[in-house]
Design a protein around this ligand. Sequence first.
Ligand SMILES: Cc1cc2nc3c(=O)[nH]c(=O)nc-3n(C[C@H](O)[C@H](O)[C@H](O)COP(=O)(O)OP(=O)(O)OC[C@H]3O[C@@H](n4cnc5c(N)ncnc54)[C@H](O)[C@@H]3O)c2cc1C
Length: 432
Amino acid sequence: MTNLCAGWATFGVLNKHRLSFALAESRYSAEVPDDLQADVLVIGSGASGLAAAVSAERAGARVVLATKGSLQSCNSAKAQGGIQAAFGEDDSPEQHAEDVWRSSHETADRSLVEVLTSEAPGAIAWLEELGVEFTRENGGYRLARCGGATRRRLLQVGDRTGLAITTALREAFAAGTATGLPNHALAGLDEQPSGWRATLRRKDGVEAAVEAGTVVLAAGGRCYREAKERGELSTNHPGATGEVTDIARAAGAEARDLDALQYHPNGGSWPANLQGYSIPETTRAYGAVLLNAAREEFTDSLGPRDVVAQAIVDEVAAGRGVETPDGRPAVYLDTTRIPEADALVSLPYMLRRYRAAGIDPLKEPILTYPVLHYQNGGLVISERGETTVPGLYACGEIAGGTHGRNRMMGNSLLECVVFGRRAGAAAAEVAA
Ligand SMILES: Cc1cc2nc3c(=O)[nH]c(=O)nc-3n(C[C@H](O)[C@H](O)[C@H](O)COP(=O)(O)OP(=O)(O)OC[C@H]3O[C@@H](n4cnc5c(N)ncnc54)[C@H](O)[C@@H]3O)c2cc1C
């Protein structure tokens, strides 16, 4: 039955009895048994899920990828700033690892960090093979220094890096034989003698089952839900609700650092339609600094994320912040210090959004305050991306350890690619 999909780039819609395929312009439908079978079932269509699905399929596995919303819906596509890899002449994977370790306040899993940073250049080469065109200058990559980094190491695709990466991964996915099931949320996972039985639920309540030898969980973090519960703003997409972590834990998977949620230091505070927008950290990499109401610098604007976010909160609490027209706390991000040439190459999307709202960041400072952004912790994984439950893999934001309790910017997209590929390949090998 799964061979129905072979050879087609499938964007399927599954119900209990029918599987319909929309392939580019044409549509296909076929009678299928109640249960769909796969070697590897991937949950989630962000960068990590797509990387895992492409890798598993290229390793010869029959792959089904189920995701809660559309295939495009994820946090990965919203990432603007960039992806880290040690390409600078004064840089090395070891230095990159050291920066991660220090930024995590020595709480990261060192073996995962070593994998992350040593495979970063290879991950970039793989993305380029898939069609991602990183911004270049002077014959090399345009590298920026991000918060907590001792070297310029951040590769960018303008300021739509996540969009470029997910688009290329989705095209590679569509060009293969894997089956995509958009609008099918994982609702349950049961261990079977030969693998797993996953229950998927559509928005209309219809349920379907997929049986798979191995499962890769790539369902992202929970900051959208967490922000709602706290009555706060979040940078995350509405699908970031974390229930797959609960399902994995119910199946026996261990988790770590789940309480360590990350605030992006620079959420947009004003204008209202940019509240919760994550102002790229590359603004600070290219010269913007944080200022209090007296227009004085109060922190190292390129410090580790948690340190910078806390400094802003403390400055406002001490009465040295400013207020937005609708009464929200804020400080200034003096973006007028960014050279226009850098802004045009590396911040065009950010400029467009603010200018469309009537504010020119190159002419006046913008207002900012920390906003809930990222789940640092997650499911415990091995270097192959396996959770503590055999046959159950995890990669991307749903996994913990690589960043410890404080992630550096640019390492999440990297984690998605490095560990997505590892988890997909290992899941395919074990399923075979
Ligand atoms: C605004 C913004 C800017 C960022 N900028 C950067 C940056 O510059 N550099 C960087 O490295 N990182 C950045 N990050 C962080 C990074 O983009 C994400 O952490 C990372 O891309 C997460 O990828 P993922 O594949 O793990 O999860 P996601 O991309 O969030 O994908 C998760 C997928 O799982 C699906 N899903 C959720 N629940 C279920 C379920 N029950 N069943 C089925 N599917 C489910 C979702 O619909 C989604 O498709 C940014 C994040 C945001 C929000």
